[in-house]
Write a protein that binds this ligand. Structure first.
Ligand SMILES: [Zn+2]
Length: 91
């Protein structure tokens, strides 16, 4: 997904654009483990999104009796974003 992950400090909740030395720039707490967990979570979501999107596209193209490449890509993009959005709130 093209949207870069955002990391929030687990202690003070500030959004960390930079993490000098793996620490929160606001309160100085060590956030390396937190960032790693967030990255793992993003990867899990992306895997689920890829699988569910593929199933959705296959189901849709079967239902529609096959669609053109452009329609397929469009459906894939829309479904991918929808599932990704849903995944972020669920996992
Ligand atoms: Zn902080």
């Amino acid at each position: 997904m093209p949207i870069p992950p955002k990391f929030h400090c687990p202690e003070c909740g500030v959004e960390m654009k930079r993490r000098p030395g793996g620490k929160c720039p606001e309160c100085g707490v060590d956030v390396r483990e937190h960032v790693r967990d967030e990255r793992d979570r993003e990867e899990r979501i992306e895997k689920v999104v890829a699988v569910v999107s593929t199933i959705l596209v296959l189901a849709l193209s079967l239902f529609a009796g096959g669609c053109s490449v452009v329609e397929g890509v469009l459906v894939y993009a829309v479904a991918g974003f929808a599932v990704w959005y849903w995944g972020r709130g669920t996992f």
